[in-house]
Structure formats: C-alpha cells, structure tokens
Design a protein around this ligand. Structure first.
Ligand code: SAM
Length: 238
C-alpha cells in the first residue's frame, strides 16, 4: 500500500564521516564526532525548533541515501555475528531495508541561527556526511529509555581495539587539532578506529592490509600490528 506521495528532507546532516567505511555502527559510540543538522527550506525557520534547546538529546530519522539504489534484502548477516548467521531485516539495523529509513539518538549541544540558516550542533552521530534527515524529535528519557530492555545480539557495546600512532602520525594529529575545523581530533580518530571497522572475516587471521578511513578532508592511514591498530599517516585529499 502506498500511503504518501513524497517524503522531503527537512535537514542535511554534516558530519566528519566522508565515506561509509569507518562510521560507527550505532550512535553514541564516538562522542568526539561533532556535526551539524542544517535545516533546509521551507523548514529552516527558527520557530520550527523553538523549545528544542530544553532537550539534551534528539532522535534523527534519516534516509540511508547511499544505499537506496541497492534495494532491500529479507535477511542480512549482522557483522556482530561474524557474518556467518542470517537474521531477518526487521530483526536488525541493516541499512538495506524497505524505505531505507534509519534512526539515531544524538546529543544536542547548541542551536545556531545565523544569516537565515538554522543548524543544530550535535555529537555522537553514526551518519554519513550529507545524509538527508527526514524528521527531528526530542528524546524523552522517561519513555524512550527502558532499563529492563533486552538487547538481543547487541546487548553490549562492542569490545574496543587498542589504537596507537607512529611518532610522525601523532605529530600530524596534534598539528591538525590546533585548527578549529578538527575538534577533538585525536579522540575522534581513536574512537572511530577502536571500533575496528574491518569486515568480520578479516578479524580472525593475520591481516597485512593497509586501510584508510576518511575523516573531514583527510585520509587516516592504518594497519594492524598484532591486535592493535597503528595509525601511520594523515594524508590530505579525502
Ligand atoms: N542508528 C541507525 C539505525 O539503527 O537505524 C543506523 C545504524 S546503521 C547499522 C549505521 C551504519 O549506516 C553506519 O556505520 C554507516 O555505514 C551507514 N550509514 C550511515 N549513513 C548512511 C547513509 N546516508 N547512507 C547509507 N549508509 C549510511
């Protein structure tokens, strides 16, 4: 049954994440990730967010717009199960789903209103830069947080990997961190890489591959050394 002709983006989400690889698999895992929800016409009116400043967290409903062309699958292999077991799409947070809609709770820091542009400063998002946001709602703790809830296969946050830097890479991070456009940069890199973004099948054996994750306009180059992640270089051009 088709019940509506069109859903519009009310906002675009600006985030440090320039490619899907490396984005945390859920919100709240990397608090150092700062971004903005920029309201789009005809919704970019300060009155549309009046009262929102009273809330510490928001629900963002958004489109998995990068995956829409690939459609949806009845079953998926969640990375948490090592890619070996299939679960129904509605039993997972798969990005390949009917209607391609995602939802994330993010922290709200500030509402900005300048030159007719309304933007919400947020952190902890798991969204690609440029993701269309289709709705914004306040997070209501008494109803949205359920202490006794069962978390299925995702009962606990993922185990974190150790992240190290070569001397040269660490100096680069510290230099970038002095610039306004790379807030909490070292923390961001550690937070992202500690999630070990590699596909599950890579994790069980020796892995000599060189990886890169795009954050802001930089490629972060890294590889595995025993069980630790070693950042070797930050390269311009992401
Ligand atoms: N918290 C949301 C949910 O449960 O609906 C998203 C969970 S989904 C597993 C998170 C992943 O979606 C990220 O790791 C990233 O790879 C992917 N992603 C984020 N933004 C996307 C976008 N605009 N289009 C396609 N995939 C996206």
């Amino acid at each position: 049954m088709t019940f509506t002709s069109q859903i519009q983006a009310v906002a675009l989400c600006r985030t440090p994440y320039k490619q899907k690889f490396g984005i945390p698999r859920q919100p709240g895992l990397v608090g150092a990730a700062r971004g903005f929800v920029e309201l789009q016409p005809p919704f970019n009116h300060i009155d549309a967010v009046r009262g929102l400043e009273q809330y510490s967290h928001l629900w963002l409903l958004f489109s998995f717009h990068e995956n829409l062309s690939q459609g949806w699958k009845t079953t998926v292999r969640p990375p948490r199960l090592g890619g070996n077991e299939k679960l129904g799409v509605f039993a997972t947070r798969s990005t390949f789903r009917p209607n391609g809609i995602g939802q994330s709770v993010v922290k709200l820091h500030k509402i900005h209103h300048k030159n007719g542009i309304v933007s919400l400063e947020i952190s902890g998002m798991d969204l690609l830069d440029g993701t269309p946001v289709i709705d914004i709602k306040p997070y209501i703790p008494f109803s949205d947080a359920i202490e006794t809830a069962q978390g299925g296969i995702a009962h606990e946050a993922p185990v974190l990997a150790e992240v190290k830097f070569t001397e040269q890479a660490h100096q680069q991070v510290k230099a970038y961190e002095k610039l306004e456009q790379y807030p909490r940069f070292e923390e961001l890199i550690i937070g992202v890489l500690a999630q070990d973004p590699r596909p599950a099948y890579k994790k069980s054996k020796a892995d000599p591959k060189e990886y890169q994750v795009a954050l802001y306009d930089l490629d972060i180059l890294w590889h595995m050394q025993d069980d630790a992640i070693v950042v070797t270089e930050l390269r311009a051009g992401a």
